[in-house]
Each structure stands twice: as C-alpha cells, then as structure tokens.
Design a protein around this ligand. Structure first.
Ligand code: FE
Ligand code: CA
Length: 532
C-alpha cells in the first residue's frame, strides 16, 4: 500500500529530544507550554507528505489578551494518511502583522499526536495590543488557510469601542450556518459564543441536513461530531475571521445535564466518563488556553474573565458543570421541566454556578474598575414563568429553576453598588431584551441590570402562542421573539451599549439575508434596556 512507510524523523530532532518530549507530554498532556517547549525541526516541512488536506477543519483563534492569543487547528488524518497517526507530528504556526503575510512577527513549532486528537493549540505571545494579526499552520507538505485574529487593548488604555457578535445554539440538522458567514463579514473585535456549539441529539421533525452517526458517547464519537460541524464552510469562515470567546451549555455533552447527573439518572461514575470524553473533544476543537485537568479529565475549567481595556470586563460562566441538581425533578425522567408549587426552589443552598464560581464572580465584579461589567453565560436570566391556578410556573433548567442564586447575583449588585452590569445569554432560541430586578416583575424592586439574549444560529424556537403568554406574564421582558434565527451585534462605548438582533426567517438557509429585528440600547449609569 502506498504511504505506509514511516516518514523519517526530522534530522535535527535527536533521540534525547524525543525522550524529553514524551516525558513533557506525559506529565502535562494538556499544557500548552509542554507542547511548545519542544524545539522546532527546521526540516519538518519535508518530513511529512499528505495525500489529503489535514487542515480541512480550518483554523481558529480565541481567548485574546493584550499580548497573546490562542491559535488552533486540528489535523484531520484521513484514510490515505492513516500511517501518520502512529507518531507525533510537528506543526509550525506563523503569525504575521499584515494580511499579505510579509511581516512575520512570530513562529512556533508544537508537537501533536493521536492521544490529543491531533489537535494543535499555540499560545502566540509577544503581540501588540489592539491590532489584527494573520496566522497559518504548516505540517509537512500541507499549509492551512490563513486566519485573522485581534488582540485586546492593554489594561490601562481607555479603549473607546468594543464590537462583538453574540451567538449560540447551532443545531447542524436544523439549518444552514449562514449566520456565521454574515458574522465573518462584520467589522468586529470578537465573537462571543455562549453554548450549544454541537448537539448530541437529533429531532427528525426538523431535518435540513443530517448528523453522521448516532448520539455520541465516546471520545471518538464526540470528536467525529465536532469534526462534522467544523466541516461547515460558514462556521470555518467565522472562526478564521475573528477571535472567539466561548463558554458551553448542555448539548456539548447531553441535553439538560446538571453536574454529574444526566436526564436518565445514569450512574454518576459512568456519566462522568462520558462528560470527560465530551469535554476533551470540545477542548481539542476549540481555541482555548485551558484544557482538561490532567489529574482528572472529567473536570475542565472553562469559566474565564477577560478585560477590554478599562471599557469592559467580560466574564464567561459555566452554567453546567457545578450546578445543583434540577429542583423537583420527575423521578422517571430527569432534566428540566415546568413545575408549580415546588418548595425546593426556595432553598438558598442551591446554586447554578457552584459556590466557588459564584464567589469568584462576585469578587471579580465587586473589584472591577471597568466601565461595563459584561456577564456572558449560557441561558436567560430574566423570568419566563406563567401565572397558573397552582401558582407561578418555573422551567427548572434555566435561572427560574435557581431563583435564590439569581437573587444573590442581583442583590449583590445593589449591596456592592455596582453599575452598568450587562448580562448576555443564549440557549432559549429566541431574542430577548429584559430588565433585571432583584424581585422579577416587581415594579417596586429597582432595575439593577440589563439583559440581552441572542436567538439561535439554527436551532428551532418555541411557538408564538407560548411566547405571547410569556410576554404578557413578564413585564420585565421588553422584547421576546422565538420565530427567527441569527445573532446579535453588540457595540460597547463608554457612554452606552447599542445592540441589534440580526435575523433571518426560520429555518436559516444558505444565502439568507440578515435584517435587524429590533435594536436596544443601555445608557451608561442607567440600568435597563431601551428600545430604539
Ligand atoms: Fe440550544
Ligand atoms: Ca442549551
């Protein structure tokens, strides 16, 4: 068979280097520095000949800082190149200051192998603040597409502008990722993606295109699902155009999971193995600095904080990994459901973020010097309950299922006299603009923060009948529409936030045009969304 012979080792890479490399990887398989510590064989370029393009999953950048950014790719080793799976491969990453790729400002060589799914994470350091960079990867005979990224302003800078696209919920089967093509063409600093990047499940009612394989449970199956999503050219274009700042929600693992519990009440030890596989595959496909904890791959910290000069601090929260179990669950089928008269909701010990993450967020918010405090997380914070003869209803998977945790978050804004807190979310497949009060929908309770929730890239929304009931039962909601797909443009300046829900008819189709469904502003110093 052709291509079965092992390519020779790069000559400048000695046996001792390989020994050190193997040791470094074994000690810290997820550490970027362990991968990057390895020397760059200059002739690595000639060492590996590819039959198929190993860069078919594209390139991405993320977690930007003033002097660094994480650059990502994952080698897709297809059948004809299968022999390459057996050895570590050297991948070169180059960073340029110009689009013509004439001024190279950095070059890194990292090793990858099948154990890490042939994923490549480079922390490109020594960059200048608030500017674009271009990057590409090379492995042997193959060169990747060129990506563009952008650094943040340096902390003391009084940056005057931050432009973002907020996105979530991209069920592959339920529509085309045209929204990503549109985002790719926008003039932005970053993309903020708040969860449901992949979906594990299918709904045969809404089948525009099909998942390959069944519901993933193993590492190989989650890798294959991520690879299928990255096979979408619009999604790749959006990653290549902007750095992404990300968190996850449930579908990256399985619908409505809570901590170590899934909907089927699977033995937690069994479920945690599945969750670890999903987290590992997620990390392998995303431009993230932090990987799974080598000591316990079931845990992967994704919550993070970044600064946009003094204009904004942005927290990205993990709503899934540390939360209390759903309140008043159905003993036969777990996960979220609509409940009435559930006393467990009043339990102050219950938490959506986990107490450690909650304390970390509170401390960060209370000491932040930034003009805007942006809290990006997976779902909707404002209430969507309905008045019923048995009391007010609550959907237990969202913040309505953790009302005391929500109250702690909002009461802290009052107690610490915080201003200009903007909560961003996704998950609910509808555009929402809402006022956040310590006591939801209580006009006597002051508005303390503002909320914008983006509709889905593709995933179907609820019926207009239910949406109308939610609107009429929740005066805090200024806007709520589940009928269209898209994303949200957000522009932050010292004086205010300007947002626009950019949408297309459902389902999203290739070639869709995105129109402005509604625009909301938040004025500096005045909590609450205002339609304009
Ligand atoms: Fe979703
Ligand atoms: Ca979700």
């Amino acid at each position: 068979m052709a291509g079965m012979h092992k390519p020779p080792l790069p000559t400048s890479f000695t046996r001792r280097d390989w020994g050190r490399a193997a040791l470094a990887m074994a000690l810290a398989p997820w550490s970027l520095s362990a991968q990057q510590a390895l020397g760059a064989p200059d002739d690595a370029k000639r060492a590996v000949r590819w039959q198929n393009d190993p860069f078919a999953l594209g390139v991405a950048s993320g977690q930007p800082r003033a002097d660094s950014v994480v650059l990502w790719t994952r080698l897709l080793v297809q059948e004809a190149d299968a022999a390459l799976n057996a050895q570590p491969l050297a991948v070169q990453c180059e960073v340029f200051a110009d689009e013509a790729l004439r001024q190279r400002v950095g070059q890194w060589t990292v090793m990858t192998d099948a154990q890490r799914g042939m994923s490549v994470h480079v922390e490109a350091k020594g960059l200048q603040p608030l500017r674009h960079y271009w990057y590409r990867f090379t492995c042997g005979s193959a060169t990747s597409p060129v990506g563009r990224t952008r650094t943040t302003p340096v902390a003391p800078d009084k940056a005057a502008l931050l432009r973002m696209a907020l996105a979530s919920c991209q069920h592959f089967e339920q529509g085309a990722f045209t929204a990503h093509r549109d985002i790719a063409q926008q003039d932005l600093d970053l993309v903020l993606f708040v969860g449901d990047y992949i979906y594990e499940s299918s709904n045969p009612r809404y089948l525009v295109r099909a998942h390959q394989g069944g519901v993933p449970k193993t590492l190989e199956e989650y890798r294959a699902r991520h690879a299928q999503y990255k096979g979408d050219a619009d999604l790749r274009a959006c990653h290549a155009a902007h750095p992404w700042v990300m968190t996850w929600d449930d579908h990256e693992v399985v619908n409505d999971y809570a901590n170590d519990r899934d909907q089927n009440y699977t033995d937690p030890q069994v479920f945690l193995r599945r969750r670890a596989a999903a987290y590992q595959a997620y990390f392998e496909h995303m431009p993230l600095r932090l990987g799974p904890d080598a000591a316990n791959p079931a845990n992967m910290r994704i919550h993070d904080r970044m600064a946009w000069g003094q204009l904004a601090d942005i927290w990205t929260l993990d709503n899934r990994q540390y939360r209390s179990y759903h309140a008043c669950p159905d003993p036969l089928k777990g996960g979220g459901r609509v409940v009435m008269g559930c006393n467990e909701l009043a339990d102050t010990q219950r938490t959506l973020l986990g107490m450690d993450q909650e304390r970390w967020l509170t401390q960060g918010l209370n000491t932040s010097q930034a003009a805007w405090k942006v809290v990006a997380q997976g779902t909707q914070m404002s209430s969507t309950g309905l008045a019923t003869p048995m009391g007010r209803s609550a959907f237990t998977d969202g913040w309505d299922g953790y009302p005391m945790a929500r109250e702690r978050f909002l009461q802290n804004i009052v107690d610490a006299q915080l201003r200009d807190v903007l909560v961003l979310g996704g998950d609910v497949h509808m555009n929402v603009a809402a006022q956040l009060r310590v006591q939801p929908n209580d006009e006597k309770s002051p508005i303390v923060a503002s909320e914008l929730v983006t509709t889905s890239i593709t995933s179907r929304g609820m019926s207009e009948t239910l949406a109308a009931q939610i609107r009429s039962n929740n005066p805090d909601i200024a806007h709520l529409r589940p009928d269209e797909r898209g994303y949200t443009l957000i522009q932050i300046t010292p004086g205010g936030v300007q947002s626009a829900f950019k949408t297309t008819a459902n389902p999203a189709q290739s070639g869709s045009v995105f129109a402005t469904q509604a625009q909301f502003a938040v004025k500096r110093g005045v909590a609450g969304v205002v339609k304009n």
